[in-house]
Ligand binder design. Sequence first.
Ligand code: PGA
Length: 257
Amino acid sequence: MSRTPFIAGNWKMHLDRAGIATFCEALAAPDYGAEGVRVGVFPPFVYLAQVVEALAGTGIVVGAQNCHPADEGAFTGEVAARMVADVGASHVIVGHSERRHVFGETDADVKARLDAALARGLDVILCVGETIHERQAGRTEEVVFRQLDAGLAGLDGETVATRVTVAYEPVWAIGTGLTATPAQAQDVHAAVRARVAGTCGDDVAARLIIQYGGSVKPDNVSELIGQADVDGALVGGASLQPTSFQALARLGTGVNA
Ligand code: PGA
Protein backbone atom coordinates (compact mmCIF):
# COMPACT_ATOMS: atom_id res chain seq x y z
CA MET A 1 0.00 0.00 0.00
CA SER A 2 1.70 3.19 -1.08
CA ARG A 3 0.75 6.54 0.36
CA THR A 4 1.24 9.78 -1.54
CA PRO A 5 2.89 12.35 0.73
CA PHE A 6 0.90 15.47 1.58
CA ILE A 7 2.76 18.75 2.18
CA ALA A 8 0.46 21.40 3.65
CA GLY A 9 1.28 25.04 4.35
CA ASN A 10 -0.54 26.48 7.35
CA TRP A 11 -0.22 30.22 6.83
CA LYS A 12 -1.73 30.97 10.25
CA MET A 13 -2.36 34.74 10.62
CA HIS A 14 0.29 35.78 8.10
CA LEU A 15 0.55 37.29 4.59
CA ASP A 16 -1.76 39.77 2.91
CA ARG A 17 -3.76 40.10 -0.29
CA ALA A 18 -0.86 41.24 -2.46
CA GLY A 19 1.60 38.75 -1.01
CA ILE A 20 -0.87 35.94 -1.49
CA ALA A 21 -1.45 36.92 -5.13
CA THR A 22 2.31 36.70 -5.79
CA PHE A 23 2.52 33.42 -3.88
CA CYS A 24 -0.29 31.84 -5.89
CA GLU A 25 1.29 32.95 -9.19
CA ALA A 26 4.48 31.15 -8.20
CA LEU A 27 2.58 28.02 -7.15
CA ALA A 28 0.46 27.95 -10.28
CA ALA A 29 3.49 28.16 -12.59
CA PRO A 30 3.57 25.16 -14.91
CA ASP A 31 7.19 24.34 -14.14
CA TYR A 32 6.41 23.97 -10.47
CA GLY A 33 7.51 20.35 -10.69
CA ALA A 34 6.01 18.76 -7.59
CA GLU A 35 4.84 15.39 -8.81
CA GLY A 36 4.19 12.37 -6.64
CA VAL A 37 3.21 14.69 -3.82
CA ARG A 38 0.01 16.34 -2.77
CA VAL A 39 0.35 20.03 -1.92
CA GLY A 40 -2.05 22.25 -0.02
CA VAL A 41 -2.26 25.77 1.40
CA PHE A 42 -4.36 26.98 4.31
CA PRO A 43 -4.78 30.78 4.20
CA PRO A 44 -6.65 32.98 6.67
CA PHE A 45 -10.43 32.89 6.10
CA VAL A 46 -10.64 36.27 4.39
CA TYR A 47 -8.27 35.17 1.62
CA LEU A 48 -9.78 31.72 1.02
CA ALA A 49 -11.90 32.70 -1.98
CA GLN A 50 -8.96 34.57 -3.54
CA VAL A 51 -6.71 31.53 -3.21
CA VAL A 52 -9.36 29.10 -4.45
CA GLU A 53 -9.73 31.24 -7.58
CA ALA A 54 -6.00 31.77 -8.11
CA LEU A 55 -5.17 28.06 -7.80
CA ALA A 56 -8.17 26.67 -9.71
CA GLY A 57 -7.10 23.86 -12.00
CA THR A 58 -3.66 23.40 -10.41
CA GLY A 59 -4.64 20.43 -8.25
CA ILE A 60 -3.31 22.27 -5.20
CA VAL A 61 -5.54 21.76 -2.18
CA VAL A 62 -6.97 24.90 -0.55
CA GLY A 63 -8.37 24.74 2.95
CA ALA A 64 -9.28 26.72 6.06
CA GLN A 65 -7.46 26.70 9.39
CA ASN A 66 -10.60 26.11 11.45
CA CYS A 67 -14.38 26.18 11.16
CA HIS A 68 -17.41 26.52 13.37
CA PRO A 69 -19.65 23.47 13.58
CA ALA A 70 -22.98 25.28 13.21
CA ASP A 71 -24.24 26.05 9.70
CA GLU A 72 -25.30 29.56 10.72
CA GLY A 73 -26.33 31.49 13.78
CA ALA A 74 -25.42 34.14 16.33
CA PHE A 75 -21.71 33.31 16.54
CA THR A 76 -20.00 36.65 16.00
CA GLY A 77 -16.55 36.29 14.48
CA GLU A 78 -16.92 32.63 13.53
CA VAL A 79 -16.98 30.98 10.09
CA ALA A 80 -19.10 27.90 9.39
CA ALA A 81 -17.78 24.75 7.71
CA ARG A 82 -20.66 25.31 5.30
CA MET A 83 -19.16 28.70 4.32
CA VAL A 84 -15.68 27.25 3.84
CA ALA A 85 -17.17 24.71 1.44
CA ASP A 86 -19.32 27.38 -0.20
CA VAL A 87 -16.28 29.40 -1.36
CA GLY A 88 -14.78 26.30 -2.96
CA ALA A 89 -12.23 25.17 -0.39
CA SER A 90 -11.87 21.42 -0.03
CA HIS A 91 -10.20 20.97 3.37
CA VAL A 92 -10.09 22.27 6.91
CA ILE A 93 -7.57 21.90 9.71
CA VAL A 94 -9.14 20.97 13.05
CA GLY A 95 -7.58 20.78 16.48
CA HIS A 96 -4.40 22.71 15.71
CA SER A 97 -2.47 23.12 18.94
CA GLU A 98 -2.96 26.90 18.81
CA ARG A 99 -6.72 26.32 18.69
CA ARG A 100 -6.47 23.88 21.59
CA HIS A 101 -4.01 25.78 23.75
CA VAL A 102 -4.46 29.46 22.85
CA PHE A 103 -8.21 29.42 22.20
CA GLY A 104 -9.16 26.64 24.60
CA GLU A 105 -10.80 24.20 22.20
CA THR A 106 -11.53 20.88 23.88
CA ASP A 107 -11.55 17.44 22.28
CA ALA A 108 -15.33 17.79 22.06
CA ASP A 109 -15.03 21.16 20.28
CA VAL A 110 -12.56 19.68 17.82
CA LYS A 111 -14.81 16.70 17.20
CA ALA A 112 -17.82 18.93 16.50
CA ARG A 113 -15.78 20.90 13.95
CA LEU A 114 -14.44 17.73 12.34
CA ASP A 115 -17.90 16.20 11.98
CA ALA A 116 -19.36 19.42 10.58
CA ALA A 117 -16.54 19.68 8.06
CA LEU A 118 -17.02 16.11 6.84
CA ALA A 119 -20.79 16.61 6.68
CA ARG A 120 -20.25 19.66 4.48
CA GLY A 121 -18.02 17.73 2.09
CA LEU A 122 -14.70 19.03 3.41
CA ASP A 123 -11.78 16.71 4.10
CA VAL A 124 -9.95 17.29 7.37
CA ILE A 125 -6.48 17.47 8.83
CA LEU A 126 -6.84 16.42 12.46
CA CYS A 127 -3.94 17.73 14.55
CA VAL A 128 -2.79 15.87 17.63
CA GLY A 129 0.24 16.36 19.85
CA GLU A 130 1.60 16.55 23.35
CA THR A 131 3.09 19.47 25.30
CA ILE A 132 6.65 19.33 26.61
CA HIS A 133 5.33 18.63 30.13
CA GLU A 134 3.23 15.75 28.87
CA ARG A 135 6.22 14.31 26.99
CA GLN A 136 8.51 14.66 30.00
CA ALA A 137 5.89 12.94 32.14
CA GLY A 138 5.84 9.99 29.72
CA ARG A 139 2.28 10.79 28.65
CA THR A 140 2.82 11.34 24.91
CA GLU A 141 0.86 8.31 23.71
CA GLU A 142 -1.91 8.78 26.26
CA VAL A 143 -2.50 12.38 25.09
CA VAL A 144 -2.15 11.68 21.39
CA PHE A 145 -4.44 8.64 21.58
CA ARG A 146 -7.05 10.60 23.54
CA GLN A 147 -7.11 13.35 20.89
CA LEU A 148 -7.06 10.80 18.06
CA ASP A 149 -9.83 8.61 19.49
CA ALA A 150 -12.03 11.64 20.18
CA GLY A 151 -11.55 12.93 16.63
CA LEU A 152 -12.14 9.63 14.86
CA ALA A 153 -14.98 8.37 17.08
CA GLY A 154 -17.93 7.06 15.10
CA LEU A 155 -16.35 7.53 11.65
CA ASP A 156 -16.47 4.63 9.24
CA GLY A 157 -13.14 3.25 8.09
CA GLU A 158 -13.45 4.40 4.49
CA THR A 159 -13.96 7.99 5.65
CA VAL A 160 -10.90 7.76 7.87
CA ALA A 161 -8.79 6.32 5.05
CA THR A 162 -9.85 8.75 2.34
CA ARG A 163 -10.98 12.00 3.99
CA VAL A 164 -8.96 12.32 7.18
CA THR A 165 -5.29 13.23 7.42
CA VAL A 166 -3.74 13.07 10.88
CA ALA A 167 -1.03 15.62 11.68
CA TYR A 168 1.22 14.71 14.58
CA GLU A 169 2.52 18.01 15.88
CA PRO A 170 4.37 17.93 19.19
CA VAL A 171 3.43 21.28 20.74
CA TRP A 172 7.02 21.86 21.89
CA ALA A 173 8.23 21.74 18.29
CA ILE A 174 5.80 24.24 16.80
CA GLY A 175 7.36 27.58 15.89
CA THR A 176 10.21 26.94 18.31
CA GLY A 177 12.91 25.75 15.93
CA LEU A 178 12.95 22.48 17.91
CA THR A 179 12.12 19.59 15.63
CA ALA A 180 11.32 16.11 16.87
CA THR A 181 14.11 13.82 15.74
CA PRO A 182 13.10 11.59 12.86
CA ALA A 183 13.12 8.66 15.31
CA GLN A 184 10.88 10.51 17.78
CA ALA A 185 8.45 11.37 15.01
CA GLN A 186 8.51 7.82 13.63
CA ASP A 187 7.77 6.35 17.09
CA VAL A 188 4.60 8.41 17.51
CA HIS A 189 3.54 7.98 13.88
CA ALA A 190 3.87 4.20 14.18
CA ALA A 191 1.87 4.28 17.41
CA VAL A 192 -0.87 6.37 15.76
CA ARG A 193 -1.06 3.95 12.85
CA ALA A 194 -1.23 0.97 15.20
CA ARG A 195 -3.98 2.69 17.18
CA VAL A 196 -5.99 3.27 14.01
CA ALA A 197 -5.39 -0.35 12.98
CA GLY A 198 -6.91 -1.39 16.30
CA THR A 199 -10.05 0.69 15.82
CA CYS A 200 -10.50 0.77 12.03
CA GLY A 201 -8.53 -2.25 10.81
CA ASP A 202 -5.17 -2.78 9.11
CA ASP A 203 -6.29 -1.73 5.65
CA VAL A 204 -7.54 1.68 6.83
CA ALA A 205 -4.40 2.21 8.92
CA ALA A 206 -2.18 1.34 5.96
CA ARG A 207 -3.90 3.99 3.81
CA LEU A 208 -4.05 6.75 6.44
CA ILE A 209 -1.86 9.79 5.70
CA ILE A 210 -0.02 10.93 8.84
CA GLN A 211 1.82 14.24 8.53
CA TYR A 212 4.48 15.49 10.88
CA GLY A 213 4.42 19.13 11.95
CA GLY A 214 6.74 21.29 14.04
CA SER A 215 9.60 23.40 12.63
CA VAL A 216 9.73 21.47 9.35
CA LYS A 217 12.09 23.17 6.88
CA PRO A 218 13.66 22.29 3.53
CA ASP A 219 16.76 21.05 5.31
CA ASN A 220 15.01 18.56 7.59
CA VAL A 221 11.95 17.48 5.59
CA SER A 222 13.64 14.66 3.66
CA GLU A 223 14.88 12.91 6.75
CA LEU A 224 11.47 13.18 8.40
CA ILE A 225 9.58 11.99 5.35
CA GLY A 226 12.11 9.21 4.96
CA GLN A 227 10.63 7.56 8.04
CA ALA A 228 8.33 4.64 7.29
CA ASP A 229 5.21 6.14 8.84
CA VAL A 230 5.74 9.85 8.08
CA ASP A 231 3.65 10.72 5.03
CA GLY A 232 4.16 14.43 4.65
CA ALA A 233 4.29 17.59 6.68
CA LEU A 234 2.12 20.36 8.05
CA VAL A 235 4.34 23.41 7.86
CA GLY A 236 3.96 26.84 9.42
CA GLY A 237 6.92 29.23 9.24
CA ALA A 238 8.69 27.61 6.30
CA SER A 239 5.49 27.67 4.22
CA LEU A 240 5.35 31.47 4.10
CA GLN A 241 7.77 32.01 1.20
CA PRO A 242 7.06 30.45 -2.18
CA THR A 243 10.66 29.34 -2.69
CA SER A 244 10.84 27.58 0.64
CA PHE A 245 7.36 26.04 0.26
CA GLN A 246 8.12 24.83 -3.26
CA ALA A 247 11.38 23.32 -2.05
CA LEU A 248 9.44 21.48 0.66
CA ALA A 249 6.97 20.19 -1.90
CA ARG A 250 9.72 19.01 -4.24
CA LEU A 251 11.61 17.32 -1.42
CA GLY A 252 8.44 15.70 -0.16
CA THR A 253 8.03 13.34 -3.03
CA GLY A 254 9.31 10.21 -1.31
CA VAL A 255 6.38 7.81 -1.50
CA ASN A 256 6.02 5.58 1.54
CA ALA A 257 5.40 1.96 0.78
P1 PGA B 1 5.92 25.61 12.34
O1 PGA B 1 4.33 25.40 12.56
O2 PGA B 1 6.28 24.87 11.09
O3 PGA B 1 6.11 27.09 12.24
O4 PGA B 1 6.59 25.00 13.56
C1 PGA B 1 3.74 24.15 12.30
C2 PGA B 1 2.27 24.23 12.58
O5 PGA B 1 1.87 24.93 13.51
O6 PGA B 1 1.45 23.58 11.88
